[in-house]
Structure formats: structure tokens, C-alpha cells
Ligand binder design. Sequence first.
Ligand SMILES: [Zn+2]
Length: 130
Amino acid sequence: MSAEIKPNTFCTAVTCMDGRIQDSVTAYLREYFHTQWVDIVSEAGPVSSIAIGNQRISKAVVKRVQLSLDAHGSCGIALVAHEDCAAIPGDLAQKKPIALEAQRRLRLLFPTIDVIAIWANLDGTIIFLG
Ligand SMILES: [Zn+2]
């Protein structure tokens, strides 16, 4: 992929706080969205909290995503689920529908922005979920 990285551009990751996935996730999203920077909105297992409609977590996430959009002109949002999550146990097959439900909910809140869902393995590989 020969993505052209545009200077001073941003995308937004709604991701777990797990340090093991941060490097691969930001590298993937820079290339996917062709941006220089990735704003990080981190929680413990945010995909699950959003999917089940946890109001406290969802409001905190949405507030920071909105700030990323308003202040940095973020061009896209990625929801990140990952292998061996301490907050939400389960493998890819179990967590993919949860990630897609969280994606559906965020798309309703941010209908004009590209919202994707990805899965991060601990070996650094990323799987596009939708
Ligand atoms: Zn996690």
C-alpha cells in the first residue's frame, strides 16, 4: 500500500488502554486514513462498553471523539478490539459482533465520518472487521 501521508492530518482511534497494541494500531491507521497523527481515545475494552450501551463510558468516549473531530478535523474513527484483552475476554469470533455493534452505534452518532472496526493481534497484525 503506497499511502500518501498528509502532514498535519488526524484520524481517531477508540481503543483499549493495552500498551501492547498501540504501535501496530497507530501504524495501521496512519496508513489506512493517510494521516500523520492518530488521536487516542483509550478505555479498558471500549468496544464492549459502547456495544452494550454503557452510558458513562460511551459519553466519555463520544466527548473525546467529538473534540478530535472539532479541534483536529479528524477524517475517520477506528474502533479497536484486540487479542487477550484483560477487560473483555474472548477471541476474534466472539468479539467481532461486539465490535460491529459498537461501530453501528458510533455511525449513528457520527454519520458523516468514516467509522471502521479493526482487530489487533499481539503479533502486530491487524484484521479489518468492517
Ligand atoms: Zn484490552
